[in-house]
Design a protein around this ligand. Structure first.
Ligand code: CMP
Length: 140
């Protein structure tokens, strides 16, 4: 299996509860390496652009409002099959469906305030990484 990269966001519900370190430790324990990381306040335009694929969904406006309700930590993660490793440790989108020991089962408050985002494919990982990071900000 190849070493690949994925994109992660530690969401406002988690930064508000001071869970950045706890979530990062779970990512690292899952074999992922943080090769870029920054804490940012997303603008409305940034959040709308990032989640543009969901623009027609009924939850879109609430999702954007939530994502700009406080700081987030955007990260590039590297490891063996990083997209899958990250999604496995995050757990299901809805914490009610997430497996024991996953980030969302452990920390998420709701399907919206679900503590973490992770790319769903290598293709989207590349797009999402480029949305927030310049190549020189990623140090493997
Ligand atoms: P994320 O992995 O960041 O990708 C899109 C986000 O939309 C998802 O996590 C959830 O936080 C949110 N989301 C998905 N489905 C719903 C829903 N039915 N209601 C509210 N938010 C949702």
């Amino acid at each position: 299996m190849a070493v690949t990269r994925t994109f992660s966001i530690i969401k406002p519900d988690a930064t508000r509860r001071n869970l950045t370190g706890a979530i990062t430790k779970m990512l690292e324990d899952a074999g992922l390496r943080v090769v870029a990381s920054k804490r940012i306040q997303m603008t409305k335009e940034q959040a709308e652009g990032f989640y543009a694929v969901h623009a027609e969904r009924p939850f879109f406006n609430d999702l954007v409002s939530f994502m700009i309700s406080g700081p987030v930590v955007v990260q590039v993660l590297e490891g063996e099959d990083a997209v899958k490793a990250n999604r496995d440790v995050m757990g299901a989108t809805n914490p009610a469906d997430a497996a024991e020991g996953t980030i969302r089962k452990t920390f998420a408050e709701s399907i919206e305030a679900n503590s973490a985002h992770g790319s769903d494919s290598d293709e989207n990982a590349a797009i999402e990484i480029a949305y927030f990071f310049k190549p020189e900000e990623i140090v493997g």
